[in-house]
Design a protein around this ligand. Sequence first.
Ligand code: COA
Length: 252
Amino acid sequence: MYLTIEDKRISYSIKKAGSNKAIIFLHGSGGTSNTWKNQVNLDIGYDIISFDLPSHGKSSEYLELSLDLYIEVLNHLIRSLNYEEVVLCGHSLGGAIIQSYYYLYPKRIKALILIGTGGRLRVSPVILDSLKSDYHEFLKALPNGAFNISTSADIINDYVKETSTVRPNVTFKDFSICDTFDTLEKTSSINIPCLIIVGKSDKLTPIKYSEFFHNKIENSDLHIIDDAGHMVMLEKPVEVNNKIKSFFTNRL
Ligand code: COA
């Protein structure tokens, strides 16, 4: 399905549960909605929505990408779908977008799910340089940087293939947006239920970032998942889905 915004189209999918509640999933830097392929069939009584950010996946190309644009697109989606209750789930850059959205419109959101993300997301210059100069090098380093050592080659290869469909300058822009993202001072103002999930061996957003969330957000649950890295929802889908289900049952 597509959401039309002026002359652009944003690709999204909905799996209906027949309720007036929805959870919206946002992917990370250089990703697509396919990142959530193991979550789209979650049975939690909420419509399950995932979408491709501008210039990613099947969404239209935009000339300029920014955090503001991503927030604006999310806002269009939320307003056009008009649900009574919305839960946002974001991974990495997607986590930065949903935090920012919450700070702008706290009353519109019922709960946040923060997966492999942080309130500040500084990016190593090595990553930014390789994205600028040699995308092939970046893709080659991705398995080691984003996955746990024991994760199967099939899962890793699928993800690398997905990222290779995103243009290098788009992924570079995503990481640049992360690099300047810093809302650590606002984290303690989050006062809706939050589920925080991180892979134990996450190198891109170390567990310290999630522990920070948990310490600052009063109404939060933290789960550190064994044998998983930054792409925890692809690496350990059953565990992640069980945590999400329990959160919906116990907290919402
Ligand atoms: N939550 C809690 N603490 C955080 C944080 C977060 N989201 N982000 C940074 N910090 C902490 C750091 O742990 C560090 O604490 P310390 O001084 O006690 O060690 C401090 O804030 C400063 O860290 P940072 O802002 O990251 O600057 P830096 O110059 O120390 O490091 C990098 C810069 C890029 C080397 C580092 O951020 C890094 O290794 N990042 C992870 C790899 C990466 O590129 N990830 C991509 C994210 S999308």
